[in-house]
Ligand binder design. Sequence first.
Ligand code: HEM
Length: 534
Amino acid sequence: ATVHDQQLHRGKGGELHQFAEDGHEVLTTAQGGPVDDDQNTLRVGVRGPALIEDFHFREKLFHFDHERIPERVVHARGYGAHGYFETYESLAHYTKADFLQRPGEKTPAFVRFSTVAGSKGSFDLARDVRGFAVKLYTQEGNWDLVGNNIPVFFIQDAIKFPDIIHAVKPEPDRGFPQAQSAHDNFWDFISLTPESMHMIMWVMSDRAIPRSFRFMEGFGVHTFRFINAKDASTFVKFHWKPKLGLQSVVWNEAVKINGADPDFHRRDLWQAIQSGNFPEWELCVQLFDQDFADSFDFDVLDPTKIIPEEVLPLQPIGRLVLDRMPDNFFAETEQVAFMTQNVPPGIGFSNDPLLQGRNFSYLDTQLKRLGSANFTHLPINAPKCPFHHFQQDGHMAMRNPTGRVNYQPNSWGEGPRESPSTGYRHFPSEEQGPKIRLRPESFADHYSQARQFFMSQTLPEQRHIAMALTFELSKVETSVIRERMVSHLLNIDETLAGKVAAGLGLADMPKAADAAVPPRQDLDPSPALSIVEN
Ligand code: HEM
């Protein structure tokens, strides 16, 4: 056989396997054509101009030029892993969700941890909330529990989300600071938004600088519903508890780690899983009914509130194990699309106004970010159960309906049909009222749970909160914003307020903020805050 024959080998199916001189598979173009030289463009003579005829060069550069997609508008920096969820016992009494019926059943999972504010290339140890987004590929479609490592949120209504995110991201004129909350715009917004005080206490605590993703808790935040086969609903809050317990670093460590290894959390998860040290979390629930909800002086629809675990203990219902890293970071971790609206039958929404808004936002943003309505065709987003629908065409359609039928009803006896008995039914809660834009009175107490959280911390942890507030606010250049923050802290804990005020060198202690602000009224921006006219 000639050298040429040894390099061309035809398989049983007639396919041609081509090998290079050194035995490697032959490099091809995206069209499958074999490439002879990948080092030099086609030119006129050795020193002449390049030729447009060089289709290999043009294809290679064209594809490279289009490698980037928009980063996530929030939670841009993240790291994911595959694993599974294992159900402990049947929850049939509360939910008809198929994956929660049989003890020991395993459901494939993909999880992405993230920071919120920084861009894709920011560092891991920023003081920030961490995303904890879980996709369970159930036999009734994907369930996404798109949570955080903090059980409450900054705002009570989704309409304020663009404002809080604009405020925390780099300031529009200067384009900094990256990935940190220590700046005027952020604290300006926070100090004008008393509902954020509970969350701020968590964000200034050690929780916001976790040692590793493996040592973090996760929370669904909102009140959701379980719905059983008899269509009875139970309210549910979801919690992930790490088997390794909770650990954080202190600020000095965070700063050093960011400088020495900005990928610290990524490396940690990679190394743990590659060495067979699989991280694990228990999924726990708090279950309650409307009467129990009515017994609180806060509203269970308010995402700035928790139901204390002492009042309503957690019930473990299963475990999540992460045991496999993605084969390709971009294909899986970057292209995964989590959506709060992804729920199987048996899991439903409450009227939490933040959750209701999120249910719009995620689908909308995925189209922008992934560029095609067919993003569910990507393997990481596709369900792992049988699925049939009549959606077709669009950019990059890879799964069009087969055969003649792409609609229903039809006379051909073909194609899928809806199923009233097994299909997803929204919980038929009774709703009525005028069309109105008004925050409920039951959402008005912004300080009690902030105080409760602060008081629940050990003395060193309380000291860390005081130090974090002092450090972050010391970066704020506008004195009225610093003072406004201290006036809120006075409603949370006077000693804390005193320490921060002293740390900031405030000459006089401001008055406590008006704790009885009517829900819709904005705080009056102080006249001392000068607005520069363009
Ligand atoms: C990501 C919107 C509140 C957790 C995102 C993204 C958007 C968004 C647009 C980017 C998604 C992507 O490009 O794939 C909103 C809105 C909110 C809100 C409008 C409030 C109105 C929350 C809350 C939580 C949360 C309360 C936690 C309970 C996450 C997580 C991610 C994310 C974990 C990252 C998902 C991933 O890893 O790909 N959010 N969000 N968000 N959000 Fe929210």
